[in-house]
Design a protein around this ligand. Structure first.
Ligand SMILES: *Cc1c(COP(=O)(O)O)cnc(C)c1O
Length: 364
């Protein structure tokens, strides 16, 4: 078809003009003899476990059927693992899918969603699409959530507030004591989402136990995913732990049959194999430690990271660095004018990252 016949006069919502398109990490392609590493999407570098692959193979044979809409087996397995009841967990197409549902069940058009910024790129997108308004509260000088400023940003239009801990893309987690004082200050009817996409990688002693917060505060929802530590990013499954009234609303708002059978079976098999997965998580945490130590004398103020990535606050030199990294076979995630997020991956990729960073900024 020509450009002219491809055009359409249909009226779309004006809010879409202000919605940034989600930028996926670029795929890695081999360049000559150099292995290229994609360290732009915080994926788990390990391939799926054989037991998980086998569960998916079995599920493939019945893909002519709709999946179990209630994800019953997965619901039950997860609820048991977490020590909650089945009517406190709900699933979505990635935790981003559930976050969209959380906003849809809380916000009328014009209502406000408060979150830190810079934080996870999906927040402004899912907020705008529901017709709600984003209120972004700048991170503090250490690239941490400024919880006092976030509390001050809450108005009578605020319906949902997100705490991303550890924060993507900067790395720090919030502290238990500051989080408790913060939540105690907030209106009791304001939904507070603790986004713990990187929970399994956290080492800090003062990091919060989100489930304990959930038990203590009826307005807290815990959001987690199988995409990162569990290595199921390609299957799209995440979950929320919430009071039954909220869970019921989430199930109403979810895309019908959104979590497919392969994803459900893979998640069940992953829960069963968690000890094996945990070894991999610990190996990645050890690699993170190694990278952080190696970069300690780099001339760059790297914030504390509790996740499977490091934040390089390169400011105006961000895009230049991304180009240099690409030439070295590393696809990183640049945020123009701010910095670069690089995922902890295979040891070889991590070595290369350390070399490239030190070569670029020098040591002090
Ligand atoms: C990766 C990530 C998610 C999870 O995304 P999925 O949709 O579950 O793949 C959620 N929150 C944050 C902060 C993330 O970085």
């Amino acid at each position: 078809m020509t450009d002219e016949t491809l055009a359409t006069p249909v009226r779309l919502r004006t809010t879409l003009d202000s919605v940034p398109g989600y930028k996926p990490g670029k795929p890695a392609a081999a360049e000559g003899d150099t292995v290229v590493y994609k360290i732009s999407s915080n994926e788990n570098p390990y391939p799926p476990l054989p037991s998980v692959v086998e569960a998916v193979h079995e599920a493939v044979a019945t893909m002519n059927r709709y999946p179990d809409m209630a994800s019953s087996e997965l619901t039950h397995a997860l609820a048991q693992k977490l020590g909650v009841s089945d009517d406190e967990v709900s699933f979505g197409t990635g935790s981003v899918g559930i976050l969209a549902a959380l906003i849809a069940i809380t916000c009328e058009p014009g209502d406000e969603v408060v979150y830190a910024w810079r934080s996870f790129e999906a927040y402004p997108i899912v907020t705008a699409l529901t017709g709600a308004r984003s209120v972004q509260v700048p991170l503090d000088a250490d690239a941490r959530h400024d919880l006092d400023a976030m509390a001050a940003a809450v108005t009578d239009r605020t319906r949902l507030l997100i705490v991303c801990t550890p924060n993507n893309p900067t790395g720090p987690s919030v502290r238990t004591d500051e989080l408790r004082a913060f939540i105690e200050k907030l209106p009791k009817d304001l939904l507070v989402v603790l986004d713990e996409a990187y929970l399994e990688f956290v080492e800090a002693d003062d990091a919060p136990d989100a489930l304990a917060f959930y038990r203590e505060f009826p307005n807290v929802v815990v959001l987690r995913t199988f995409s990162k530590a569990y290595g199921l990013a390609g299957l799209r499954v995440g979950y929320a732990v919430a009071r039954p009234r909220i869970t019921e609303a989430l199930r109403k708002a979810a895309t019908p049959f959104g979590v497919n059978d392969m994803a459900q079976k893979a998640a069940v098999a992953s829960l069963a194999a968690y000890d094996e997965l945990e070894e991999r998580v610990q190996a990645l945490v050890a690699e993170r430690r190694r990278v952080v130590e190696a970069l300690a004398d780099a001339d760059l103020n790297i914030p504390d990271t509790q996740a499977n990535f490091v934040w390089l606050p390169l400011g105006e030199r961000t895009e230049e660095f991304a180009g240099v990294a690409k030439d070295a076979g590393l696809v990183v995630r640049p945020f123009a004018g701010e910095g670069v997020r690089a995922t902890i991956a295979e040891p070889e990729a991590n070595d290369r990252l350390v070399d490239v960073v030190k070569g670029f900024v020098g040591t002090r």
